[in-house]
Design a protein around this ligand. Sequence first.
Ligand code: M6R
Length: 612
Amino acid sequence: MCGIVGYIGNREASGILLDGLHRLEYRGYDSAGLAVVDGKQIKRVRVQGKVAALASKLKQEPLSGSSGIAHTRWATHGAPSEANAHPHCDDKGRVYVVHNGIVENYAPLKQELQQEGHVFSSETDTEVIAHLISKFLDENTPLELAVKKVLKLIKGTYALLVIAVAEPGKIVAARQSSPLRLGVGQDEFIIASDASAIANYTKQLITLGDGEVAVITRAGYTISELHGEVDLDKDIEEIDWNLDEAGKGDFPHYMLKEIFEQPEAIKNSLRGRLLVEDGQAVLGGLRQVEDRLRKIKRLHLIACGTAYHAALVGEYMLEEYANVPTEVCVASEFRYRKAILDPETEAVLVISQSGETADTLAAVKEAKEKGLLTLGIVNVVGSSIAQATEAGIYNHVGPEIGVASTKAFTSQLTVLALLTLFLGRQRNMSLVIGKRIAEELKALPLKIEKILAGSQLISQLAKKYVRVNNFYYVGRKYNYPIALEGALKLKEISYIHAEGAPAGELKHGPLAMIDSNFPALFIIPQDSVYEKNVSNLEEVRTRGAKLLAIATAGDNRLAGLADEVLYIPKTLEMLTPILSVVPLQLLAYQLAISLDRDVDKPRNLAKSVTVE
Ligand code: M6R
């Protein structure tokens, strides 16, 4: 979490840094700050609160200078406050640091520094870095060497930018497990947590690798390894999306824009990957491991949050259609389980929108340690997970900025369906079934457009239910994970309590909660478990609950059973989640708006969870 950005060039830095912070704010937004090199001094402005508050403060206290560093925070050590906001500096004001990550051994380091007389002014782990660099920095030790010395002492994760009064024309940057990208412009450089803060200024990017340290001046940059001295020759990549894709356009919120982008996003995920007539999926990212995949007897799907819900749907798809035994595990549990894994016949597939989620990345490392083939379904190109896995499939849905994942989720499901087709056709799946899946996948974008065209109805529904404090979301088989996802969406952006449950489990406990103020929303398309679901819905109805249903278009029976019905077009059972989740995303959004919530930046959350 946290977003960092640095600039060095010939323009005024503070505007560029502020613009970068605005674009990175999805990563954390409880405090913000920047420090600019002004001649021989460094000046800093910090606030508790959002980047807008920092912008107002900067109007009162403008900073002038053509290099600087900035930060938007998601608190880990120390409550959100101005004193805990970055940049942090040492007690002599010589060194300023912005940091994304966690210094795990900060407590003993801090104690040692305090014993030496250092005075700390924040509760953060980051401040020790500034003190330590200042301690090592002298006439014989340039900034980059002092930084390297400190990095060898600290344990944990970091993306770090450092400036020092003694070397005003330099930014030193370093990375370990937290993302950092260097934008190479015309006589200027921007270094940031992600490309959205850079794309306005240059499309030429270098991704810093773990254990790499960059020294950036107006004249150029060098990159070396923490434990080495030789300069590395890093490739420069070109950003292949424009900033309009990362902007809100005419939408009031990123989340709404991203919900409405889903038809296009799915087209992009499918582009060039479907051979409808052959009933085949072409997955270039898996070509190099195609033969190994033929031998796989078990697949472990690992992810967090919404991506974990995608994995749960994937399990149903892969077992039913590809005949591949599949297990799903939350990433934060996988690394602590003693999973029984066979490197000869099993593989791990992680799913992550950001490609930076610490727990998911740790699971990849754990699986590699055990000798397993590691695969990824990742949206952010060049992200840590994309680099760490041996092969994979990109989502290609462009930047997802809203904290609540929407278009990445439907794309993850689409890619899992492609993978099912791919693995299924390697095994027993017939041409006829393969063609059917391919045809239905191709038809999805139009079907989602139909659902989106009915969004007005959902906003009316939200007004009716806005005073409700609790919801059950209920589903079975492919739509059980969608019940979990619908409930998560509602919780995270509206703060209304919601639980997802498998329909068959209601009578094993949850039913006790049901009354007229505790509505249940059934996801109940006409699929192989439809009749069973109708019986469960009847059980809830009998107990006086208000009932909402997501049903297949033309299902008049449900109109007589539920208080409200939202319809989705008919599709293949395994693809129903890609449609049924869309009204749930819209419902969560509309309820959150009715409650005046900050949907793109819900309290206590951040988009990219780079801490354990
Ligand atoms: O970037 P990832 O897909 O790895 O993120 C995983 C979760 O943190 C993420 O899906 C989270 O649950 C979202 N806020 C859900 O909307």
